[in-house]
Design a protein around this ligand. Structure first.
Ligand SMILES: [Zn+2]
Ligand SMILES: [Zn+2]
Length: 112
């Protein structure tokens, strides 16, 4: 199932970020591992601006993978902005939604 990443269109690049809701240059974040699921799961990508994309990856590494450096970074950002910050909450909610989606699809993937 290895595929090449396809080039993004102008419409995909310039659009509303899924997490901060601002019009920015966006990147496609693959909700499911690209390596395993490839480009076929088009419904499973989110448009994210650079700042949100980096933050989501750090949050995933901190919250899901418990990586030390990522946890330090994520905790520092949460402390700087506050736990009640809507952007922080949007990222954390996305982390939990991603976990649910991954679990559902791993089950489907290995369901034979
Ligand atoms: Zn954003
Ligand atoms: Zn990503």
């Amino acid at each position: 199932m290895i595929e090449k990443r396809r080039k993004t269109t102008v419409e995909e690049r310039v659009q509303v970020c899924h997490l901060c809701h601002l019009v920015r240059f966006c990147q496609r974040h693959h909700l499911l591992q690209f390596r395993i699921h490839g480009e076929c799961n088009n419904g499973f990508t989110l448009p994210l601006c650079g700042a949100c994309h980096e933050s989501l990856h750090i949050a995933l590494a901190a919250i899901v993978k418990k990586k030390k450096r990522a946890s330090q970074l994520w905790e520092a950002l949460v402390e700087a902005l506050g736990k009640d910050n809507t952007w922080i909450q949007a990222i954390e909610n996305q982390v939990y939604e991603t976990c649910e989606l991954v679990v559902e699809n791993e089950i489907k993937y290995f369901d034979y």
